[in-house]
Structures are given as C-alpha cells and as structure tokens.
Design a protein around this ligand. Structure first.
Ligand code: ADP
Ligand code: MG
Length: 240
C-alpha cells in the first residue's frame, strides 16, 4: 500500500530524514513513534505531499509521490490525513466540512455524498451534531469529525499525526476508540502517536524513528517485548 524507498529531506543544511525505507501492506496498522523532533511529522507529511522531499521515492498504492505526473488531489484521496489540531473549516457546519472535498475534488453526486457523510457521522457518534459549527464541539468531537471528513474521500489508507496530543485526557479515549474500530475493520493505517496502550492493542508493526532514521521496524509484539534497539528500549522506559 505504501512504499518508502530511501527518502531523504533537508531543511537548509539540516537533514531531517536520512534515508527512510519501509513497506506498509494493505490492512496493516503501523504506529510511528520516537522522540520529539525526530522527523515523524515530516515523514508522514511526505506521504501525501504536504511536504516535499529531495531524495528517494514514496509510492502510495502505485502512485509515485515525487513525480510531476502525479496529481496531488488523487494522492490525497487515497491517503486521508488527520492532524493534531483537527484543522476543520471553522466557517462550515460539521456536515459541510465532511461534504466539501467529495463535492469539490471527487465531483460525486450531492445526494450520495450527503448520505455517506451522515453514515460517517453516525459511525463516529456525531449524528446529532451535523449542523453545528466546529467551535460548538469539544476537542474530542472535533477530532472525530476530522476523522469522518478524511473517511469521506473513501481513502485506501489513513495517516494520523498525533491525533490525541491536543486533547484533554478525558477525550483521548473516545478518539482512540474510533481509531481502533477503523483498525478492526481492516483500514490500512499509519499513525504517529505516543499512546503506547493503543499501539499495544492494535498496531501490527512499530516504526521507531530517531534523528531522521527509522531505527526499528518490527512486529509490535517484538517491540513491546523489548526486542528492539537500545534507543527504542530507552524511549519505551519513558513512555510506559
Ligand atoms: P517530530 O514530528 O518527530 O516531532 P518534525 O518532523 O516535526 O519532528 O521535525 C523534525 C525536525 O525538523 C525538528 O528538528 C524540527 O525543528 C525541524 N523542522 C520541522 N519543520 C521545519 C521547517 N519547516 N523548517 C525548518 N526546520 C523544520
Ligand atoms: Mg510531530
């Protein structure tokens, strides 16, 4: 589903990604973890072309990301993204937030889009909030709406960048619950998170990133049993 082949990226003289390679198969739930500033957000943003990169290549379901021929809209329809800070459109209702991209980008029939959006709102437990504006919702509700919005494009893979880091503790679980349901339904997921409980429960694989390198790429069971690098073991002692 996703292939990273020796991806390199620099900000000026600072090399943030130092040759990252990995394969993510259909239906896998890959958790990306590592210290702050190690390049996790940069890596995940490269996958749907929210960041550019200079070296190597990324394929998403056969689409080459670093190519003049690739239509970024098509790429982002394949790879839905959920951000730490929700990024909902504040001037649109929750329902309109969800309907916007399927309408503008995919040009689907409006009645079909509305029905699909309502189904998604039910799925994330927000059916009663369709006509509200983002500001009227809690952080947890906004993040669930953001997940529904990403799902509205019928993506093949979902990318999450610390989706619960901006939430009050009591709202973390309701968002993780939606993500766990998605994982159980077979969605391919790549998720940057510090929620090691979530990682233990649903991750098939862990990528541990440190200083721009994928230091560990191993089955979740091995990672949590300590069969990983010394750097990852030290990280785990802090997070656990
Ligand atoms: P993480 O998500 O693991 O915390 P990031 O990918 O956000 O890490 O950032 C990795 C490194 O790149 C950090 O040192 C950060 O300061 C630097 N960085 C991120 N974005 C930029 C930018 N736009 N310009 C310059 N440096 C950046
Ligand atoms: Mg980050």
């Amino acid at each position: 589903m996703i292939t990273l082949d020796n991806v390199t990226k620099s900000y000026g003289a600072f090399q943030v990604l130092k040759g990252c390679s990995a394969e993510i198969g259909r239906g896998e739930v890959v958790v990306v973890c590592g210290p702050s500033g190690s390049g996790k957000s940069t890596l995940i943003k490269c996958i749907n072309a929210l960041e550019t990169f200079e070296g190597g290549q990324i394929w998403v379901d056969g689409l080459a990301v670093r190519s003049a021929q690739t239509d970024h809209s098509a790429l982002r329809a394949k790879a839905g993204m959920v951000f730490q800070s929700f990024e909902l459109f504040s001037h649109l209702s929750i329902l309109d937030n969800i309907m916007l991209a399927p309408h503008l980008v995919q040009k689907r029939v409006k009645d079909e889009i509305r029905e699909h959006a309502k189904t998604l709102l039910r799925r994330v437990g927000l059916e009663r909030h369709a006509d509200k504006y983002p500001i009227a919702l809690s952080g947890g509700q906004q993040q669930r709406a953001a997940i529904a919005r990403a799902l509205a494009m019928k993506p093949d893979v979902m990318l999450f960048d610390e989706p619960t880091s901006a939430l009050d503790p009591e709202m973390v679980q309701e968002v993780l619950q939606v993500m766990m349901e998605l994982a159980c339904e077979g969605m391919t997921m790549m998720c940057v998170t510090h929620e090691m409980g979530f990682a233990r429960q649903v991750a098939t694989r862990i990528l541990f990133v440190d200083a721009g390198e994928i230091v560990d790429d191993c089955p979740a069971a091995d990672f949590f049993a300590g069969r990983c690098s010394v750097r990852a073991q030290a990280f785990l002692r802090f997070e656990a």
